[in-house]
Design a protein around this ligand. Structure first.
Ligand code: PMT
Length: 402
């Protein structure tokens, strides 16, 4: 699966380093060329000989011992890699990368990396939750670094919580997804909706919501970067059109309904990130409504539920919805997943800082038709989009095998 791919695998000093040996073996077994860089501390946990044996190549561990060779090598390794992974990535290593410190071969190489960088944090729960570590992670997320978040459970140090290195298989999947990202959706049609809809009351006023369109536009960008043919049906937003994406601009929920249904038969994947206005005024005044009374009642009628309609008409499509909730987030989102016949729903908890409308970040929980769910940490909307597409790829791959 990874034949010909060049992976640089950085190992830092954490107990989880022993699991990285298995990760290295999985990459090699899949046909990847793996070059391992070890920090001094990591060699206290696993010997270079172990990685040398598993990768089939000498381990790189010293910036200075063979200055001529390495001065070329660390830039060369970084330049030629298709993917740079650090697993485990300790709090110290993450802090150094976030702070621009390059004081050993690994941090020097990662600073010179041209490929995507995938960090796999593993540390004590209090170190992970420390605001300094969280600040560093957020900074790196905003700079486009990729992460496989740590798992929750019993930690080797005796504490319980989030900090354990993710399962090797999950790291492998994330790496494979990044490595195949450029082409995996070639020839496939994506239909994505974004932004709010707007329902006029009179020529100057309307009902709408706070959606900026950022989440849907991030999805469109990510899908087109992965080779998909993307149609983006967008409500009124102040964002520039992502290059390579066919954008259809609409204003009202009814217009979105018409545009989505027309594009639906061709679609392989549909992602409905738009925040559709559920109700519209029963009638639109032709003239500006005058304030002649102290109070006013506006009669509203229900808009069509576009996603529910798609769910009814579903054939080959993978259907993904979003749910923006303020209470009982999981239950409400899971209910929409089954009512609308979806494969996955992305639940936003609007009460969480950094999640939902307008921000550049989001915190989402992915809930699947299978009953499984995955909580993602605070990430940029672009990274959330990437993770959503990775999950859709897994759903798509599983469907191909049915
Ligand atoms: O645009 P941003 O500022 O980046 O913010 C992102 C977001 C919060 C808007 C987005 O991530 C999100 O959560 N979008 C869905 C918000 C919402 O309206 O959810 P809902 O629970 O009302 O709807 C559930 C699903 O049904 C959604 O996929 C929605 O597109 C769809 N729907 C809803 C009503 C309707 N009449 N037709 C629909 O298709």
């Amino acid at each position: 699966m990874l034949t010909g791919k060049r992976i640089v695998l950085g190992v830092t000093g954490g107990i989880a380093a022993y699991k990285t040996v298995e990760l290295c073996r999985l990459f090699v077994k899949s046909g990847a060329q793996v070059r391992v860089i070890m920090t001094e501390a990591s060699k206290r946990f696993v010997t270079p000989l172990t990685f040398q044996t598993v990768s089939g190549h000498a381990v790189y561990d010293d910036l200075f011992s063979a200055a001529t060779r390495y001065s070329v090598e660390h830039i060369g390794l970084a330049k030629e890699a298709d993917l740079f992974i650090i697993a485990p990535a300790t709090a110290n290593c993450i802090g150094k990368i976030a702070g621009g410190i390059a004081d050993d071969l690994l941090t020097t190489s990662v600073m010179a990396a041209c490929s995507p960088v995938l960090l796999v944090p593993a540390m004590n729960v209090r170190m992970y939750e420390n605001p300094v570590t969280q600040g560093n992670l957020n900074k790196l997320v905003s700079l486009g670094y990729h992460f496989v978040p740590p798992a929750e459970g019993d930690l080797v140090c005796g504490d319980t919580g989030r900090g354990r290195m993710a399962d090797v298989q999950d790291i492998y999947t994330a790496a494979a997804a990044l490595l195949s990202a450029g082409t995996r959706w070639q020839g496939k049609n994506f239909l994505i909706t974004a932004g709010p809809t707007r329902e006029a009351l009179d020529p100057v006023r309307y009902l709408t919501n706070h959606s900026s369109g950022k989440m849907g536009y991030a999805l469109a960008r990510a899908a087109v970067e992965q080779g998909a043919d993307v149609t983006l049906i967008s409500g009124p937003v102040n964002l520039s059109h992502p290059p390579g994406v066919r954008v259809i601009s609409v204003t009202t929920a009814s217009e979105m309904y018409q545009a989505v249904l027309a594009a639906y038969p061709k679609a392989d994947v549909v992602i409905k990130a738009a925040a559709v206005t559920d109700y519209r005024p029963a009638s639109i005044s032709g003239q500006k409504i005058k304030k002649t009374t102290d109070d006013m009642t506006i009669s509203l009628v229900k808009n069509p539920d576009i996603l529910a309609e798609l769910g009814k008409r579903k054939e080959k499509q993978i259907l993904v919805g979003f749910a923006a909730e303020t209470t009982d987030v999981f239950e409400n989102a899971a209910d929409k997943l089954s009512r609308k016949n979806l494969d996955m729903i992305v639940a936003n908890d609007l009460t969480e800082p950094g999640a939902g409308f307008t921000s550049d970040t989001n915190i989402v929980r992915l809930i699947f038709k299978t009953g499984q769910d995955k909580q993602l940490p605070l990430m940029s909307k672009q990274d959330v989009a990437q993770r959503i597409l990775d999950e859709i790829w897994l759903i798509y791959s599983a469907k191909q095998k049915e």
